[in-house]
Design a protein around this ligand. Structure first.
Ligand code: SF4
Length: 248
């Protein structure tokens, strides 16, 4: 019920057809420009397994210096996101380091109608409240500013041409991506249910082991909430092994 480097290698080797279908689905969305370029990239969006794979492949193919710096940011994000609003770990200055492979959540942001966006935001708020309660039951009160944080509705994204996109088309693309990812059957479900559709969780679990990653996160978050001391986290990040050696 958990991913190993072996499973990820196998998925990367056998998913060309699904990745091509994913590209074709992304191409249904119009090219856009944004006046507040990357200003809203404050969180790593949720994604399906098929969307995570091209990014993992991109990481594997990067030069090791760039990969190690990115992996450090991703693992830091995983451990810190309940206590701090940082930014998406793929954001570097005003550039997205994985722009050609960015997720549906990034591509559709700013294109939804206000009503639809508010419905999605309400769903996220509910999920965050639930998470907050789970942490509370373990004796940890997450900072209110993190629990309440939401990326606001955006009016700054415009399509490049005259093309207008509506919620129906976006939903169709979203459903199609879900369908492509469902090809990975139980693995698609594991990623959604056990890893909460979170690439930073998947990579941390591959790095440390699933249970160990969860236990480490609990200890680090609890200590950060109580003491704000990052010494232990910094030590872990400095000593990370090169995960991609296991994935190649
Ligand atoms: S993946 Fe790229 S576009 Fe998406 S939130 Fe992160 S930095 Fe922004």
């Amino acid at each position: 019920m958990t991913f190993s480097p072996h499973i990820i290698r196998e998925l990367l080797r056998t998913s060309d057809h699904q990745l091509q279908e994913l590209k074709e689905t992304y191409a249904l969305l119009p090219a856009t420009r944004c006046r507040r370029k990357t200003h809203c990239c404050s969180m790593l969006p949720e994604m399906t397994l098929v969307e995570a794979l091209p990014v993992i492949r991109r990481l594997v193919e990067m030069n090791s210096a760039m990969r190690n710096s990115l992996i450090q940011k991703i693992i830091t994000y995983f451990f810190l996101n309940p206590v701090e609003i940082t930014s998406c770990p793929f954001l570097e200055g005003q550039e997205c380091r994985i722009y050609p492979d960015r997720f549906f959540g990034c591509r559709s942001y700013g294109l939804w109608s206000r009503a639809r966006y508010e419905a999605l935001a309400a769903r996220d708020r509910k999920a965050k409240k639930h998470l907050q309660e789970q942490w509370k039951s373990l004796g940890v009160s997450l900072p209110k500013k993190v629990v309440d944080f939401q990326v606001p509705y955006c009016l700054c994204v415009e399509t490049n041409g005259p093309e207008v996109i509506d919620d129906k088309t976006l939903l169709k693309a979203s459903d199609r991506i879900e369908e492509i990812s469902s090809h990975f059957s139980s693995r698609h479900q594991w990623f959604a249910r056990r890893y909460f559709s979170d690439l930073s969780f998947l990579l941390s679990a591959l790095m440390f082991g699933y249970t160990q990653a969860v236990q480490m996160k609990f200890t680090l978050v609890r200590d950060m909430v109580h003491t704000k001391d990052r010494t232990e986290l910094d030590k872990i990040i400095q000593e990370l092994p090169d995960l991609c050696e296991a994935l190649t």
